[in-house]
Design a protein around this ligand. Structure first.
Ligand SMILES: [Zn+2]
Length: 679
């Protein structure tokens, strides 16, 4: 072969490789193939042919070498006994009109049935729907939803899921044939662990739990599926024959539970639509604290006879509707990239967006994380980006969907966008191998403003009068040179600045004076040490006798505290060991800041607790840290694992392996109430 011919083949090979990877991704992770099986097979066979003739092209990431790559023939097709229809849904319009839409649904149901029906509500899991057919109580077949009529046979893979019973035993006798429907999901905690341990077929992390579940279910080798933390949450039944009919959804749910299925997030019976809507609202509020991804609540008519009467349209059953949660993602245009200086000097690129409504909140700015994030994704001004807003977290840009390169906007270059600190004009540099650039100027005004804003924020010193503009004025006027200076402010000094009336000056002075008494942990958090948030500060407050103890602790001692990592220990030791840190602390105390130490410390040593080792497990009515603190305050020691040295195990709800071990070792076990009495 001539060189130029070889080059042509090489080019074809690399294009094929890209194409195959793309189709693998569409099939495995997106669950939305764009080409037919035979088209895919053609690509693959040409690809293999080239590899055979040119073995030097083959690299470790070749799709031909992947286990779990797309099979040339799929799983066998399975025709569902009863169609798995999609569910009609209710989502918020310009204004949140979901309650009205739910009432309209109820009105249609009432009109068609002449009844005012009871409903059941059930979380709508964001996973992969599956249908499990049991014949004579034995699991016979499992299939994906597919197009609703025909799915794929995934029986062997479903059998590896521990929460799927192989046989239906229990008080309720199962019908001869019953089709149980539910969702295959991965819990958020498990997903995080999975993603840290392994990657998808292309060596990238999975995008979300749903994709990971879909990819895991479609493994040809069920031994691989068995390694994935899949769970099955049942949510209903399809076809049933050869048994007593079940009168309503609640009866179905009881039967499922009796047969060993895990029932999560419902169903819950609601007297009417009003109650159902109320549940939906509450569920949406709790959404961020769920163990799994859910995108709404399904409202279903409880009574099976009424369902029969209602029937279905060509697309949806008429007896249920999905009340969709507000979206967490929206697309919008990136208008500009600016840079924000954080209180520790970290420079964060910020997306200035075409304002967009996400879940009822208008978002104008979002984090772009760091320079690497932008460069890796080639994000440019003018692109259409996907923005995510979840809970109270700062909105963030997730990815680019539309790249209009016709105007040829330049690629992102940090050195162009932010050659120097936008606040002080100081040098910018990278710290070690961290992704962020920082401004290392200790007197950078923007850093100081952010430090003050942090110190004055809710949950720390909580000084409401120190808003953004006031802080700016104080810093720019040179009145305040560090956070301690705030505590020396007098109304005369404040009123001396432009734009401050006498009244607001007295008000601010009063607020500052009233804020001066704080808990030890709050004081530590106010210092603004890198990596040290409120939670970590509380750990230190529990551990150290006094602020002087904290300031004299070595890096080793700091890192030996449970919950404190080596990086944090280092930044703390750097801060408490430098003259500036010590001076800041002294100055704050000199200006009248007063510390409250946790009560009951040592002096509160309690018999039965003092000197004893405790292990805490399960869920409690209050944060675990609080319980640990109380035990330590009474002179006890808190350890993380049960051993023969453990004196007492405090058990909360859902206690697991630690409880079993404690029982085996004969360790004393108490509940929260008993512990309270001991304290
Ligand atoms: Zn600066």
């Amino acid at each position: 072969m001539t060189d130029s011919a070889k080059n042509l083949v090489r080019k074809e090979y690399s294009e094929l490789k890209k194409l195959i990877k793309k189709h693998n991704r569409l099939y495995y992770e997106k669950d939305s193939p764009e080409i037919t099986d035979s088209e895919y097979d053609k690509l693959m066979s040409r690809f293999r042919e080239i590899e055979k003739e040119n073995p030097e092209f083959v690299s470790a990431d070749s799709p031909s070498r992947k286990i779990g790559g797309k099979p040339s023939s799929h799983f066998a097709p399975v025709t569902h006994l009863k169609k798995m229809m999609s569910i009609d849904n209710i989502s918020a319009g310009e204004t949140d009109d979901r309650p009205q839409k739910a009432h309209a649904f109820d009105a249609r149901v009432a009109k068609a049935t002449g009844a005012s029906p009871a409903y059941v509500v059930q979380m709508k899991f964001d996973g992969v729907s599956a249908s499990l057919v049991y014949e004579n109580s034995k699991l016979a077949r499992a299939a994906t939803r597919g197009d609703g009529s025909v799915g794929e046979d995934i029986t062997e893979n479903i059998k590896t899921i521990k929460s799927v019973p192989n046989a239906l035993c229990g008080k309720v006798r199962a019908p001869e044939i019953i089709e149980i429907r539910g969702e295959v999901i991965i819990l958020l905690d498990d997903f995080e662990k999975l993603n840290s341990e392994m990657t998808n077929s292309e060596g990238e992390p999975f995008a979300n739990p749903r994709n990971a579940a879909a990819g895991s279910l479609r493994q040809i080798d069920s031994r691989i599926t068995a390694l994935r933390p899949l769970r099955f949450f049942a949510w209903g039944v399809g076809h049933m024959s050869g048994g007593n009919p079940m009168p309503d959804e609640m009866a179905v749910s009881r039967a499922l539970e009796g047969w060993g299925f895990k029932m999560e997030g419902g169903p819950r019976l609601c007297g009417g639509v009003e109650e159902a809507v109320k549940f939906c609202g509450e569920a949406e509020e709790k959404r961020e604290s769920l163990k799994y991804d859910a995108d709404g609540v399904v409202i279903k008519v409880n009574d099976m006879n009424l369902r029969q009467t209602l029937g279905e349209t060509a697309k949806h059953p008429r007896w249920c509707v999905a009340y969709k949660f507000k979206p967490r993602h929206s697309e919008t245009i990136l208008k500009d990239i600016t840079v924000q200086v954080g209180r520790t000097g970290i420079l964060t690129p910020v997306a200035e967006l075409e304002p967009v409504n996400i879940g009822g909140v208008t978002v104008r700015r979002a984090s772009l994380h760091n320079a690497n994030f932008i460069e890796e994704r080639d994000i440019r001004v003018g692109d259409t980006v996907v923005v995510k807003r979840a809970g109270d977290v700062i909105p963030e840009v997730v990815k680019v969907v539309g790249k209009d390169r016709s105007g040829r906007p330049p690629g992102f270059k940090w050195s162009k966008v932010c050659p120097v600190c936008p606040s002080c004009g100081g040098e910018v540099s990278k710290m070690g191998d961290e992704a962020n650039f920082i401004c290392a100027n200790p007197s950078c005004p923007e850093q100081l403003k952010q430090m003050i804003a942090h110190m004055a924020s809710r949950g720390i010193f909580d000084i409401k009068g120190l808003g953004r503009e006031t802080v700016s004025a104080l810093v720019e006027d040179g009145v305040v040179k560090d956070i301690a200076d705030i505590f020396s402010l007098t109304k005369e000094r404040i009123a001396g600045m432009e734009g401050f009336a006498e009244k607001s000056s007295s008000e601010l002075e009063r607020e500052i004076n009233e804020s001066k008494e704080v808990n030890f942990g709050v004081f530590i958090a106010a210092l603004g040490i890198r990596h040290v948030g409120k939670q970590t500060s509380e750990l230190f407050a529990v551990e150290f006798e006094s602020v002087d103890d904290f300031f004299s602790a070595s890096e080793d001692i700091l890192s030996s505290i449970k919950g404190v990592g080596p990086e944090t220990a280092k930044t703390v030791a750097d801060f408490t060991g430098c003259a500036k840190g010590v001076e800041l602390k002294d100055k704050m105390l000199r200006f009248g800041v007063k510390l409250n130490y946790p009560s009951g410390r040592n002096s509160g040593a309690k018999e039965g607790i003092s000197g004893k080792t405790f292990v805490i497990t399960g869920r409690f009515s209050k944060p675990r840290a609080e319980i640990e603190k109380a035990i330590r305050g009474a002179g006890g020691v808190v350890s993380s694992s049960v051993s023969s040295k453990t004196d007492c195990l405090v058990r909360g709800a859902d206690s697991g392996s630690k409880l079993n071990k404690a029982e085996r070792l004969g360790v004393r076990i108490v509940d929260e109430k008993t512990l309270q009495k001991m304290l």
